[in-house]
Design a binder for this molecule. Structure first.
Ligand SMILES: CC(C)(COP(=O)(O)OP(=O)(O)OC[C@H]1O[C@@H](n2cnc3c(N)ncnc32)[C@H](O)[C@@H]1OP(=O)(O)O)[C@@H](O)C(=O)NCCC(=O)NCCS
Length: 160
């Protein structure tokens, strides 16, 4: 797995919404740009991962002080499996640490194996199930990540 070419992560702005909407149009999900617009307010953080000026993916996080909730991480259809979501998730974990957050939490569809594996590889564990959580009655897997444990995993990767 390698990230092709250079990339950067920056704060999302309202002007990025059309480009993010184009990503949403290419990927079937429960998300829309109206949800994204609602997240331009206090208690939310949004970032995009870009190659040059081109947005390749985005992350939205809700800040509940000592608990951060990952609302969405999405990478454009043709840019997946290059480690981009991993880079974005590690960035989010680093930001959470800087803010003194102790835990990251999220819900993910039970059938979303790519996302569940991504989170597990980055220190998240399955901690519960929300029955019929989604509109189509699919269950949600509740996952969380202890920030101290996540930093321990990063240290192990650096050492070996
Ligand atoms: C889930 C998602 C963000 C992963 O993005 P990505 O950039 O492809 O992820 P990475 O390349 O960093 O992959 C990290 C790990 O996740 C797992 N993974 C990613 N895509 C996978 C797939 N299609 N099948 C199985 N495992 C997968 C693998 O374990 C992978 O590690 P590996 O490549 O060393 O095997 C992407 O598939 C996506 O945008 N999906 C739609 C949106 C979504 O479901 N977001 C999560 C909402 S909670």
């Amino acid at each position: 797995m390698s990230v092709k070419n250079s990339f950067n992560i920056r704060n999302t702005t309202i002007h990025d919404i059309p480009e993010i909407q184009a990503i949403l149009d290419r990927i079937s999900s429960d998300w829309s740009s109206s949800i994204l617009k609602d997240c331009f307010q206090d208690h939310y953080f949004q970032w995009v991962i870009c190659r040059g000026e081109v947005i390749l993916g985005f992350a939205v996080v809700k800040n509940n002080l000592d608990l951060w909730e990952i609302m969405q991480i999405m990478i454009d259809q043709n840019e997946q499996r290059q480690g981009l979501a991993t880079q974005l998730l590690q960035f989010v974990i680093t930001q959470a640490k800087k803010w003194g957050t102790t835990k990251l939490q999220l819900e993910v569809r039970q059938s979303n194996t790519p996302a569940i594996r991504l989170y597990q590889k980055n220190g998240f564990q399955k901690v519960g199930l929300r029955k019929k959580y989604y509109a189509d009655h699919e269950d949600a897997v509740l996952m969380d990540c202890n920030i101290t444990l996540a930093s321990g995993i990063s240290n192990l990767l650096i050492r070996f």
